[in-house]
Design a protein around this ligand. Structure first.
Ligand code: SAH
Length: 396
């Protein structure tokens, strides 16, 4: 095994159990390692620190598998880590009965580069780093053993694989190939999940609790759901008794699935739903000039900033939509607003929204701070994992 020697002092973050080793921390690789190989990480003085996956193409040159420098990284290692991640979810009553569930949340479950989501008896895995890619078979086998699932599909077609020098990989890893439409039940609403072409692994599981919150708030309200994707928030609003729900997304296929999802739920009043295929930035302005008012607005945009370096441009975009949305609220109305940009902290996001309220001339109060669901935990040693933050605001 090759040995990764750090620059003097650069062991500090590893000692605080942060799993990333950036190129600037590395003095030398002693021995030979291919992408994804496991390397020993040692301090400049030769103190053993960790075992990590080597990613020569990435600025994050290595990601720690184990902070126990003696732990062997083999098939059995993945079996232990995967079983522990599945058991953690089983230990949380709110997650126990979920048909759609994130089983492995990468670094925060001790498995950098590995995402696994369960949709009924199908598990979808996404491997985004050289290390994760190398252990595909062990990870899939461990997932099957830990869950007893019928099928495992790989959706490793994320852009970040490019930074690792990896090509896109998709296909069945376990069980008979199937192109059957998957449907899960979430908060008593049925939702189709397109594991082949949908976003992420097919569904935004991280918003499960927040969608339920919308159901609880929707009674009698006029709701506007911006960036609706497959209508998760919209259908929860209808289930919660919304008077009317307008949903906006720029993606035709997403809206087609959204309409299909409404049809999957005959208990909901379809006459209360309207759909708009449009750019939210422009649509909000148009709604504003038409004099429309809403009682509850959801803003769940895509990631505007991929890294902190893009935070400024992202800030302008967040401010723009929040400003117009605040202006569109009726007195006493509610705004549920999110950022899923890793480069925008909760503190910065709150400042941006505060600036938007000021410019909109609306007094707004935080009713609740919102985050991802419990199957998307954040390891305290890895604050980068805390990507989803939201505010529930009430205006005067
Ligand atoms: N709230 C959704 C997830 C939203 S994902 C849920 O709970 O499932 C973000 C969505 O924003 C995607 O569907 C994407 O098509 C859409 N989108 C991205 N940019 C947009 C824009 N400028 N205007 C409208 N929709 C946009």
């Amino acid at each position: 095994m090759a040995t990764l020697i750090l620059h003097p002092g650069k062991e500090k973050s590893v000692l605080r159990r942060h799993p990333w080793l950036f190129s600037g921390a590395i003095a030398q690789l002693e021995g030979r390692a291919r992408p994804g190989d496991t390397v020993d990480v040692v301090s400049h003085e030769g103190r053993p620190l960790a075992r990590a996956a080597w990613s020569p193409a990435s600025q994050i040159r290595a990601r720690v598998w184990s902070f126990n420098a003696e732990e062997t990284v083999d098939h059995a290692f993945f079996k232990r880590r995967v079983a522990a991640a599945v058991a953690r979810r089983a230990g949380l009553p709110e997650l126990a009965g979920q048909e759609g569930l994130r089983l492995i949340h990468a670094e925060s479950d001790g498995l950098p580069g590995v995402i696994a989501d369960r949709y009924g008896d199908t598990v979808v895995v996404q491997l985004s780093t050289a290390g994760a890619d190398k252990w595909r078979t062990a990870i899939a086998d461990s997932l099957q053993k830990a869950t007893g699932c019928r099928r495992i599909y790989e959706r490793s077609d994320v852009e970040v694989r490019g930074l690792e020098g990896l090509e896109a990989v998709t296909g069945w890893l376990y069980g008979a190939a199937s192109d059957e439409q998957l449907v899960i039940e979430e908060n008593d609403v049925r939702m189709a999940v397109d594991i082949f072409a949908g976003h992420k692994t097919g569904f935004y599981l991280d918003q499960r609790d927040n969608r339920r919150r919308v159901a609880a708030l929707a009674q009698g309200r006029r709701v506007l759901n911006c960036f609706c994707y497959t209508a998760g928030f919209s259908l929860q609003a209808l289930a919660g008794g919304a008077r009317e729900v307008m949903s906006i997304d720029s993606s035709g296929p997403a809206l087609a699935t959204a309409r299909g999802n409404l049809a999957l739920n005959p208990q909901l009043d379809a006459a209360r739903a309207t759909w708009l295929e449009a750019d939210v930035f422009a649509a909000l302005r148009d709604l504003r000039s038409s004099g429309d008012r809403y009682d509850l607005i959801v803003l769940d945009p895509p990631k505007f900033a991929h890294t902190a370096a893009h935070a400024e441009r992202a800030a302008r975009a967040y401010k723009d939509i929040n400003l117009t949305a605040l202006r569109l609220l009726a007195p006493g109305g509610l705004l549920m607003s999110y950022s899923c940009s890793g480069g925008v902290s909760a503190e910065l996001f709150q400042k941006i929204v505060a600036g938007a309220a000021l410019d909109a001339g609306r007094t707004a109060r935080i009713v609740q701070r919102l985050q991802g669901a419990a199957d998307h935990p954040v390891d305290l040693a890895f604050p980068e994992g805390d990507y989803l933050k939201g505010l529930l605001l009430q205006v005067d």
